[in-house]
Design a protein around this ligand. Structure first.
Ligand code: PHE
Length: 361
């Protein structure tokens, strides 16, 4: 018979409660619900909470005994709950990290930057050498007429360079004002030299200019020829300019561009617009005169045509050939780039293969 004034021994109730706890705690899958369950099992209103309140009514021995028992059960429940809390917290943290994962240790993605083409930077380097010693940069049309490309440069009507087998003519007349006679012919400039005439015609002396640009000749593309290539023209006109100035200037250019070890030599040549004329060679960068494929086993590489400005050119542009002297040169810029970087095939410059071009940033 149950004694209504004294509760039945609570130990069995507590044991039954403790037995249920593992399953109830395990069933909880989030921290908030676990908090609710904790209050339900251990809070003031829980079975354990109520029993603790009633302990005061027991006599000391029983109170101590039952109190210890309650504490033991409660500690077991607390352990369960704390363990589950740690697990749930770790799982929630892991999920959060996975959701907003940013690996700050990864290097940033650097977009690939475009760069100048090797030929463009070579032209710029050559031009820089001259602007740094006081030269001005001039540029002119790639579509020229035969007056500037040939006639003003003392190239006679009968010269073979004018033949269609060498020069690309254009069926097009953009230069009405430039016509020097009625049967002017339009062509793609075969060298940058027409800018000698154009510049002197438009400017008084002294003249110190460089002219970078594209030139065109009727050639098939092969390892050493291209119908399009690049030159830098140079022109210096002043009082008392000598062939020694020309040699010194080109020697300076070669040492600036290729390095102080490089030496130059000049061999006699012929151009209608310079007298005397020469071709400039630079010592082979690859073999130091022992002879190799790059220099065709001569130890030298031809890089420029040059000479003293012919009096007939001064006359054609209205300069006084008695009062002035000057030198001119035309360097092959593609050749400069090939020599500097040891490139043996000119076609690499015109095929736009990025694997080639990216090597020369
Ligand atoms: N224009 C000549 C060429 O293309 C080079 C040159 C320029 C020679 C200036 C003398 C003076 O071959």
């Amino acid at each position: 018979m149950t004694n209504l004034t004294r509760p039945m021994d609570p130990r069995s109730t507590l044991r039954a409660l403790a037995d249920e706890v593992p399953a109830r705690v395990a069933a909880v899958s989030d921290l908030a619900t676990l908090g609710t369950l904790e209050a339900e099992l251990l809070g003031r209103q829980s079975e354990i909470g109520k029993l603790r309140k009633e302990l005061g009514r027991l006599d000391p021995d029983e109170r101590r005994e039952l109190g210890a028992f309650i504490n033991e059960i409660a500690a077991g429940i607390r352990d369960r709950i704390d363990g589950r809390r740690a697990d749930l917290a770790a799982a929630e943290e892991a999920m959060r990290l996975r959701a907003d994962r940013v690996d700050v240790t990864l290097p940033g993605r650097v977009p690939r930057r475009g760069t100048h083409h090797l030929v463009t930077s070579t032209l710029a380097d050559i031009v820089d050498i001259f602007t740094s010693i006081g030269y001005t940069v001039a540029t002119g049309p790639e579509i020229e007429n035969d007056f500037y490309n040939f006639t003003a440069l003392n190239i006679p009507k009968t010269h073979p360079a004018r033949l269609e087998s060498d020069t690309l003519y254009v069926d097009f007349e953009p230069f009405g004002e430039d016509r020097h006679d009625d049967d002017v012919e339009i062509l793609l400039r075969t060298h940058t030299s027409p800018m000698q005439a154009r510049y002197m015609e438009a400017h008084d002396p002294p003249v110190y200019i460089v002219v970078p640009g594209r030139v065109f000749r009727r050639d098939d593309l092969d390892p050493t020829h291209s119908p399009v290539f690049h030159q830098v023209e140079g022109l210096a006109v002043d009082d008392g300019i000598t062939f020694g100035d020309l040699k010194g200037t080109l020697d300076y250019m070669a040492k600036q561009f290729f390095g102080p070890k490089q030496t130059v030599r000049f061999l006699p040549d012929y151009f209608p617009f310079t007298e005397p004329s020469a071709q400039m060679h630079v010592s082979c960068f690859a073999c130091d005169f022992s002879g190799c494929r790059v220099c065709s086993h001569t130890g030298w590489i031809e890089l420029a045509g040059c000479g003293m400005v012919h009096p007939a050119v001064f006359e054609a542009v209205g300069y006084d050939p008695e009062a002035l002297t000057g030198f001119a040169f035309g360097v092959g810029a593609d050749r400069f780039a090939m020599v500097r970087h040891g490139i043996s095939d000119l076609r690499h410059f015109f095929e736009s293969d990025l694997r080639v071009l990216r090597q020369f940033k």
